[in-house]
Ligand binder design. Sequence first.
Ligand SMILES: [Zn+2]
Length: 150
Amino acid sequence: MHCLQPINCNNRALRHLKKFESLQSEAELLLTDFQEKLQSNSSDVRFRLKLHASQREMFRAFSRKDILEAVTNGWVIEMNERSNNKIIIVMYFIHTGPKSYRPIHLVCVLNSPFDWEVITVYDPRSRSWWWGNNYSERICWCAEQLEEEY
Ligand SMILES: [Zn+2]
């Protein structure tokens, strides 16, 4: 699979990047504050997994430890707002062996600055044509035929 509408996707990618750039420092601050709170084992921090049934298979491909490691050490690649909630995508590379890393994306809903819920976990290589810049920038929105298989 590859991009089917390069002109449309390129234009969209430019708008997408511009929008993220305007939110990037806010998003990074939110993640940094959350990571510090997590590291301090503070009792007023909540981090939960709330995955849809269709996500379970993908979720199984990563351990809870992988997910925790990713949110603790990862960085923001996207932020969006959905009905008053901020949605942040955190990216990380899980170390899988000598010189071997596996990319992971966590889609997190912020119920509050210190209450994050992971709603989707995936390996961006499963839709590699969607991503540029080492899986950190969305560059294509063309879907596969079997959307449900994802
Ligand atoms: Zn495309």
